[in-house]
Design a protein around this ligand. Structure first.
Ligand code: ZN
Length: 436
């Protein structure tokens, strides 16, 4: 059990912020990908937490304890940004500010992570009662509308990344702040790309600070070509996906190809898609998503699942092959080498997908098993690549740029490029306070 003692173990200092300064302090996600939580405070004592999540790795990683905060802004509903919210409510009765999409996804995602953590034997620092209580503390806000917290005001803007993800524009008496959260300026099949917002201080994720993505259209075509190849040899392409974002993108790609494909859609992504469709103002092509969803064969029973074994394509969770229907399918598809596994998402250290790509083996129901199938990976990331990050940062005209959500050896490349343009770059570490 992870021991969290509210207010007693936080790394956040109790000293006041010096006059006119802005203090920022990463509880997690400063010099790592995911696990994000950051406290912002000014000298007038206005205090805000942005995001509070944990990394569902093996074992999970948690941020430092948050200090007592009345309000927290959440950028999107991925666990590494949102998964600790129930703890916040239990410990500090914090108001959780979210978009309408995130408000509707919260219960499903928290319940699922509670279930997964019980199965994995990695208990969360919050329990079912905290979850119920947290639901009552969600405050949903449309994009573009100003709200007040202490002496600050804030509003949200579309961030790309996934449907319902936002950036935050925050005005303090002294400066204008832009917080990107996970973002992408490129359109994805389901979301519109983020647009720059003028700011003095920019907090920007830098997951891909050191590299450019391959051209998206070419990568999407390569994915479709590989699907066709597998289907033509009589196989089934298993596409493990994350429920929130990638599953809808993959479904749209397959549907848009206009190929006669027999695509089965299984797992929590189905409910997430219904939630997206209930919020058309956040979806890039709502008509397309609706058609793609109804075009796929939705798997909802054991017999559906057996039928899906003869599909052309199975799109299902979990995206990192750590459980869920994807392992059930793989266990049955692994003996026919006409089948293939097409990975479209990030495979974290310690995940099943990472083990598979490195060793050709996978834990299936507790047993390390050979998987003699073709495995291919596709870069369909919904994070900005280096080029997009650089262009975006310069377009905001921010004088100070804080690069976070990045592996420590990744962000210096981007920092160099920004410094050449006269930008003051900051590369914060977790557990430490900085004042600008
Ligand atoms: Zn994310």
């Amino acid at each position: 059990m992870v021991l969290y003692t509210p207010g007693q173990m936080t790394s956040y200092p109790s000293s006041p912020v010096e006059n006119g300064g802005l203090r920022f302090h990463f509880l997690g996600g400063g010099d790592e990908v995911g696990n994000v939580g950051c406290v912002l405070e000014d000298s007038a004592g206005t205090l805000l937490l942005i995001d509070y999540g944990f990394l569902p790795s093996n074992p999970p990683r948690y941020p430092d304890e948050a200090p007592s905060v009345t309000d927290a802004l959440f950028t999107h509903a991925h666990l590494d940004h949102f998964g600790m919210a129930p703890w916040l409510v239990a410990a500090h009765r914090t108001n959780l500010h979210v978009t309408p999409v995130v408000a509707d996804l919260a219960e499903m995602l928290w319940r699922d992570s509670y279930k997964v953590s019980s199965i994995e034997g990695d208990p969360l620092p919050w329990d079912k009662r905290d979850l119920e209580e947290a639901l009552g503390h969600l405050q949903s806000h449309p994009t573009g509308v100003w709200n007040d917290i202490g002496g600050w005001r804030w509003r949200s803007h579309i961030a790309g990344h996934v449907v319902g993800a936002v950036m935050y524009e925050i005005e303090t008496p002294d400066r204008k702040i832009l917080w990107t959260g996970d973002f992408d300026t490129r359109d994805s099949p389901t979301t519109q790309g983020a647009k720059p917002v003028q700011a003095d201080v920019l907090f920007m994720e830098a997951t891909y600070g050191d590299s450019d993505h391959p051209e998206r259209a070419a990568e999407e075509q390569r994915f479709i070509d590989r699907v066709v190849e597998v289907v033509e040899r009589g196989g089934t392409a298993l596409v493990p996906v994350f429920a929130n974002g990638r599953s809808q993108d993959v479904l749209m790609l397959l549907w848009k190809s206009k190929l006669k494909l027999n695509v089965h859609f299984d797992g929590m992504g189905q409910r997430v898609t219904k939630t997206f469709l209930a919020h058309p103002e956040f979806v890039n092509d709502v008509k397309g998503l609706k058609e793609a969803f109804h075009w796929s064969k939705r798997v909802s029973s054991k017999s559906d699942r057996k039928k899906a074994l003869s599909a052309d394509v199975i799109v299902t969770t979990s995206g990192m092959l750590d459980g869920g229907p994807s392992l059930w399918y793989l266990n049955r598809l692994r003996n026919d080498q006409r089948n293939a596994i097409l990975l479209t998402g990030y495979q974290a250290e310690g995940s099943g997908g990472r083990l598979l790509t490195e060793t050709g083996r996978l834990q299936i129901f507790g047993k390390l098993t050979d998987i003699p199938l073709e495995v291919d990976r596709f870069a369909l990331s919904n994070h900005a690549g280096q080029k997009q990050l650089l262009e975006f940062a310069l377009a905001t005209h921010a004088k100070d740029v804080i690069l976070f959500h990045s592996d420590p050896d990744v962000r210096p490349t981007l920092a160099d490029l920004l410094e050449k343009e006269g930008v003051q770059v900051h590369m914060p570490h977790n557990h430490e306070s900085y004042t600008i």
